[in-house]
Design a protein around this ligand. Structure first.
Ligand code: PGA
Length: 252
């Protein structure tokens, strides 16, 4: 019943001209592969060009972050309305690199999520445990707590525009992937938490991606798991053939 969502996260890669070439090359490779939604989350300055290049294709464009205020004296920040007008339909919120290097907290992740939803964006909300938390055996508690804090004050109706990306921080950009069993189990913990806060129906409908060194070689077995509804892909989203192979795994 749930649809796969395969989303790329380009991080700080690709200039606008590179974005245009990439999408022009990717579009025919993923054309008609409609068993999943396909999203590319790109740097702010690439959004308009990427949206233009993706027009008429099955590729949707997203941003990688958003500020929580609508406007004002916040030098260097970007509002949700700016993203929408530039052509973004999605936005990543709470990525671990934002939490780790830019001091984002569950509180600001929650505020950003609310601002994005209010502007009509779909949110890809990232959460996940760090290595020491997994080694201490507290992964389940950590992801349940993040789920509760990040979704505080968000209604069940609004939840329909949120995708959760479970990204174990120790697996991001490291080449270490969670095993399909670990991914399934922890996505399952997040799903149960949604059931507790909202309802069984909301939990059943919630799209939960796995992210962390997902690539063309491991996507099929991760996506085969019942609780894994797609992927948030960093490194492998920068190569059209690798990204296409992941889209193919979701369409098999
Ligand atoms: P990775 O990044 O696929 O390069 O590990 C995933 C992410 O950070 O979303």
């Amino acid at each position: 019943m749930r649809r796969y969502v395969i989303a790329g996260n380009w991080k700080m890669n690709m200039t606008p001209s590179a974005a245009r070439s990439f999408i022009t090359e990717l579009a025919p490779k993923v054309a008609g592969k409609d068993k999943c939604d396909i999203v590319l989350c790109v740097p702010f300055v690439d959004i308009a060009v990427a949206a233009e290049a993706a027009k008429g294709t099955n590729i949707k464009i997203g941003a990688e972050n958003v500020h929580f205020e609508a406007k004002g004296a916040y030098t260097g920040e970007i509002s949700a309305e700016m993203l929408v007008e530039s052509g973004a339909e999605y936005v990543i919120v709470g990525h671990s690199e934002r939490r780790q290097y830019f001091a984002e907290t569950d509180e600001t992740v929650n505020l950003r999520t609310k601002a994005a939803l209010a502007a009509g964006l779909k949110v890809i909300l990232c959460l996940g445990e760090v290595k020491s938390e997994r080694l201490s055996g507290i992964t389940d508690e950590v992801v349940a707590m993040q789920t509760k804090l990040d979704l505080a004050g968000i209604s069940e109706e609004q939840l329909k525009n949120i995708i959760i990306a479970y990204e174990p921080v120790w697996a991001i950009g490291t080449g270490l992937t969670a095993t399909p069993e670990q991914a399934d189990e922890t996505c399952g913990v997040i799903r149960k938490t949604i059931a507790k806060i909202y309802s069984e129906k909301a939990a059943e409908e919630m799209i939960i991606q796995y992210g962390g060194s997902m690539n063309d070689g491991n996507a099929a077995e991760l996506l085969a798991k019942a609780n894994v509804d797609g992927g948030l892909i960093g490194g492998a989203s920068l190569v059209t053939d690798k990204f296409t192979a992941i889209v193919d795994a979701a369409n098999a």
